[in-house]
Design a protein around this ligand. Structure first.
Ligand code: AHG
Ligand code: MN
Ligand code: MN
Length: 335
């Protein structure tokens, strides 16, 4: 791999040499990356920047908002509204879509984000992140409505996340593989540190919140029981378990060394299909995982094929190493 390729150069080369991305999309990703750098600075300041703790409000999903949820949301909106690359945005932290104000030019793209993923980890200094998904605004009518956003994940034109951990790492796909960029704080730029990311097809590591075990459906229970049985069980190998409680950090581990991540439907809230949100959590992560050779389903069907019916729709998630995801999906369809 060539040395010191900044994100800007990588994007210019994708646009120029490979013709993979139009100029407006390149600008969009540069702007999102700049916003992530600002969020990263706030995260790093922690108590010194007065960014810890709750904001005293709730979002549309009834979750208590942390100060950083709101700060990250504002940073992303301010950075993206004036550039002329977007028609509208949607976020976990906003009830409805955010139209680019009339005083700015309108672009062709729709941006969705989970501004701060892993909110319960902010105050305890554990990795958190930002997740984003980009769609093209459907043609043929002026203005933007929520319906324009309700496209299956397979329609995404770009997706990625930035994880704020021991390093700040930006991970991207345009549908031609996955690339990772590490923030060089001295240079102030994201620098390409891995291309052609691949997830091993097999794994001995699973990620699930085990405290919900008694609420799971039989296929999930069967899969985890078999993992826990280790070498003596039907899988003939010992498994290891990890659960960071930041999807962004769990997915980053899986892209780095394989594994399977599950946040399945459970009986605590039977009317909700799952906890995670389809459009700005599951879709971008599923596309990244597929682009790295992994798989992502809701237990029955490919997540990227699900046609959303509302902005904040939830979904059951199984993603990661291909053979494990196929096994868990088979357990569901056999049941
Ligand atoms: P968010 O902070 O954006 O609401 O997302 C948190 C999500 C996800 O990142 C993580 O995998 C999961 O919630 C953790 O949930 P539990 O606390 O139920 O384990
Ligand atoms: Mn989240
Ligand atoms: Mn969030």
């Amino acid at each position: 791999m060539k040395k010191n390729i900044t994100l800007s150069r990588y994007l210019v080369e994708q646009q120029r040499v490979d013709g993979l991305i139009p100029a407006q999309l390149r600008l969009l990703i540069e702007v999102v990356a700049r916003a992530c750098k600002r969020i990263s600075h706030s995260v790093n300041k922690g108590a010194l920047g007065d960014v810890l703790g709750t904001a005293g409000s709730e979002n549309v999903q009834g979750e208590v908002q942390k100060k950083l949820d709101i700060i990250a949301n504002e940073v992303l909106i301010e950075a993206n509204e004036w550039g002329g690359h977007l028609a509208a945005m949607a976020s976990e932290e906003m009830d409805s879509i955010y139209l680019v104000p009339n005083r700015y030019p309108q672009g062709e793209y729709l941006l969705m984000f989970d501004p701060l993923d892993g909110s319960s980890n902010i105050d305890v200094n554990v990795s958190i992140g930002t997740i984003f998904s980009v769609l093209k605004k459907p043609e043929g009518h002026p203005g933007v409505t929520e319906d324009d956003f309700l496209q299956a994940g397979a329609q995404q034109v770009a997706a990625g996340y930035c994880v704020y951990g021991p390093q700040t790492t930006l991970v991207l796909t345009f549908g031609d593989g996955v690339a990772m960029f590490t923030l060089d704080r001295e240079q102030g730029s994201f620098v390409l540190t891995q291309e052609n990311v691949r997830i091993p097809e097999d794994t001995k590591e699973f990620a699930i919140n085990m405290s919900n075990m008694r609420h799971w459906d039989a296929p999930v229970k069967r899969y985890v029981d078999e993992c826990l049985a280790g070498v003596e069980g039907p899988r003939n190998k010992d498994f290891n378990m990890r659960w960071i409680a930041s999807m962004v950090a769990d997915v980053h581990r899986i892209l780095t060394r394989g594994g399977v991540f599950m946040y399945p439907w459970d009986k605590r809230e039977p009317n909700k299909p799952g906890k995670l949100r389809l459009m700005y959590e599951a879709n971008p992560m599923s596309w990244l995982v597929e682009q790295a050779g992994g798989a992502a389903t809701n237990g029955r069907e490919r997540i990227l094929d699900i046609k959303p019916t509302k902005l904040h729709e939830r979904v059951s998630v199984v993603l990661g190493s291909k053979n494990e995801v196929e096994r868990i999906t088979r357990y569901h369809t056999e049941a």
